[in-house]
Structures are given as C-alpha cells and as structure tokens.
Write a protein that binds this ligand. Structure first.
Ligand code: HEC
Ligand code: HEC
Length: 154
C-alpha cells in the first residue's frame, strides 16, 4: 500500500468510526425541522399567489421591480409576450401599466434598439410575482436607505 492509499483508508475509517454515527445521532435542524431523514415530513401549508397589490417598494438600486399582480398564466414564448401587451411602449398608456424600462431597449453593447432587447424578452427571469409566504430562514437584510420608493433609480 502506498502513502496516498494509507491516508485515504485512515480518513475513511475515522469517519466510519467517529463521524458517521455522530451525524446520525445528532438531532439535525434543517428546513424540514428535526424530522429524521428516513421519515416523511408533514405536508407544507399551501401558499397562494398574491392578487393585485399596490406597487411594491424597491429595496436596492437596480432591483427589478416585483410584480404586484398575478402573472402565472401569462405566456412568454417565441410568438407572443403577454407582458408586453400591457407594458409595451405602444400599449402601456391604454392599459395604465408602467412602461417597460427604457434600459430594456438597449443591447448588451448599449446600442439603442426599436424593440425590447432579446436579453430582456423573458420578463420573469428578473421580475417575480409574490406569494403570501414569510422567508424560510431569518436574514439580516436591510433595504438601502437611498431607496424606499417605487421609482427608477432604486
Ligand atoms: C392586463 C395587463 C397586464 C399584464 C398582462 C401584465 N401586467 Fe404588469 N402591471 C399591470 C398594471 C396595470 C400594473 C400596475 C401599474 C400601477 O399601479 O402603476 C403592473 C405592474 C407591474 C410591475 C410593477 C412596476 C413597478 O414600477 O413597480 C411589474 C414589474 C410588472 N407589472 C411586470 C409584469 C410582467 C413581468 C408581466 C408578464 C408576466 C406583466 N406585468 C403582465 C398590467 C399588466
Ligand atoms: C435581465 C433582467 C430583466 C429582464 C429579463 C426584464 N427586466 Fe424589467 N427591469 C429590470 C431591472 C433591473 C429594472 C430596474 C432598473 C431599470 O429600469 O433598468 C427593470 C425595470 C422594469 C420596469 C419599471 C420601469 C420603470 O420605469 O420604473 C418595468 C415595467 C419592467 N422592467 C418590465 C419588464 C418587462 C415587461 C419585461 C419583459 C419584456 C422585463 N422587464 C424584462 C430587469 C429585467
């Protein structure tokens, strides 16, 4: 047996004799609570998509604004983009929706385009609808004090 193999075997043995049983015994906390790995956890409560709300405050500079209405059934594919039927430059006034951002009409080299750039076509890559759910884990995030308004710039 060469040196490398001896180290690997020693590591494997020490894990099997110490680490393994220790991990199994400990009451590990995870998003499933303390439910043991081999048990099925309780069915989580069903969360609902939020209906229409006021515009949602932006919390950091260049945050894609969150969607304040249902949008699950709105198709975005090669032939159609439902979002643009309300948010498009030629439709937003009639639909009383926010105009799609002017930044979305530039390609990655900053060249001005006539339509929405391909890199901004799939709106829900960045803009997301909200569910009535609290964060799964606590966090210490604080909104940028320069924001706190639902307008461009934040
Ligand atoms: C039937 C019309 C309609 C459709 C379709 C629609 N929206 Fe909207 N959207 C609105 C209206 C109206 C508002 C609210 C404007 C207001 O209150 O000032 C809004 C608000 C928003 C906002 C918030 C803007 C801000 O400044 O905070 C985002 C983001 C948004 N929509 C994204 C989307 C996306 C993405 C889709 C497609 C998945 C979509 N919308 C489809 C009408 C629509
Ligand atoms: C790659 C990410 C990305 C994609 C894809 C994208 N957006 Fe945005 N959007 C943003 C960001 C970031 C902002 C805020 C900064 C800005 O205006 O560029 C924004 C801002 C907006 C705003 C607010 C404009 C304003 O004047 O306040 C609307 C409305 C919007 N987007 C609609 C859309 C729609 C509709 C689509 C799909 C056709 C889309 N976005 C695709 C990232 C994205």
């Amino acid at each position: 047996m060469n040196g490398k193999r001896i180290i690997v075997v020693t590591l494997a043995l020490s894990f099997a004799t110490c680490g393994g049983p220790l991990l199994a015994q400990e009451n590990l906390q995870s998003l499933r609570g303390t439910t043991p790995i081999e048990s099925t956890s309780a069915t989580p409560e069903q969360k609902h998509w939020q209906g229409k709300t006021d515009l949602i405050i932006r919390e950091f500079i260049d945050q894609p604004p969150l969607i304040p209405h249902k949008s699950q059934s709105q198709k975005i594919n090669l032939l159609t983009n439902k979002c643009l039927t309300c948010h498009g430059a030629d439709t937003y006034q009639k639909k009383k929706a926010t105009k799609v951002s002017d930044t979305h009409f530039k390609d990655r080299d900053g060249k001005q385009l006539n339509g929405v750039s391909a890199s901004r076509y799939f709106c829900t890559q960045c803009h997301v609808e909200q569910r009535d759910a609290a964060p799964l884990v606590a966090n210490a995030f604080k909104p940028d004090p320069a924001c706190g308004q639902s307008k461009p710039g934040c």
